[in-house]
Design a protein. Structure first.
Length: 237
């Protein structure tokens, strides 16, 4: 998979993809991640990437021209209908559809992801209208820009790529893969400062351990995320 990230703050990503599973996936050739400074696509003499909103109001809005030029360069066209199959242009904004495990899975099955990091104040809507295939938010809170959201999306997607997790781990056992939160985990020592590990985990009865883990996952999900059990917007993602 190839991932291109369009941002006005490329340095934000300097080390964020250099750790753990993402780093390993890059080194193994499973994913290629490229950063692009939107400013490099600005052609006016001041290299302007944003401007004041028509109609007035606070803040600045990202201009369309540099983003269209960047997409033409990276995808080959600024006609959404002419994108190759397997190309997705994702705009990260709080107005997007919520990122869920199901969305990450869907995106992990594509070949080329272009992530456009929005600014909190906004992105000219013509970017959305003409270029964007998916507008995505990572949750109901405000970030100053889409950069942290892009980092989150890349992590959630890359770990699902075939071969990204070591052979000894699997995304199938993750939280959310079955629509539930994860069960509790313990490691040695079996007793720490008077706190003990549940007996069932020590007795080697794998059927019993599986049953306990499912019960605990369900209990936790009921306690903190009832919405996940109720379908609708608590869809299994
Ligand atoms: Cl994708 N961008 C911004 N600016 N804020 C957010 C977000 C994205 N997702 C949640 N809040």
């Amino acid at each position: 998979m190839k991932i291109d990230v369009l941002t006005i703050f490329p340095e934000y990503f300097d080390s964020i993809f250099e750790f753990g599973i993402i780093r390993r996936a890059k080194l193994a050739g499973i994913v290629e991640i490229n950063l692009h400074d939107i400013r490099e696509y600005a052609t006016d003499k001041h290299r302007m990437v944003d401007d004041r909103p028509f109609g007035g109001g606070d803040g600045m809005v990202l201009k369309p021209e540099p983003i269209f030029a960047a997409i033409e360069n990276l995808v080959g066209t600024s006609e959404r209908d002419a994108y190759s199959e397997g190309t997705r242009v994702v705009l990260l904004t709080p107005q997007g559809r919520p990122l869920k495990q199901t969305v990450a899975t869907e995106l992990s099955e594509t070949k080329h992801l272009v992530l456009i990091c929005g600014r909190y104040e906004g992105v000219d809507e013509r970017v959305n209208d003409a270029l964007v295939t998916d507008e995505i938010s990572i949750g109901d809170y405000v970030l100053s820009g889409g950069e942290p959201a892009a980092a989150v999306l890349v992590d959630a997607v890359v770990r699902l790529l075939p071969g990204a997790l070591g052979s000894d781990t699997s995304a199938e056992n993750d939280s959310f893969s079955d629509g539930l939160l994860d069960c509790p985990h313990y490691t040695r020592p079996a007793e720490f400062r008077g706190m003990t590990v549940p007996e069932v985990l020590l007795n080697g009865n794998h059927a019993e351990i599986e049953k306990w883990r499912r019960e605990k996952a369900l209990e936790k999900t009921k306690a903190v995320r009832k919405d996940l059990l109720q379908g609708e917007n608590g869809e299994s993602g």
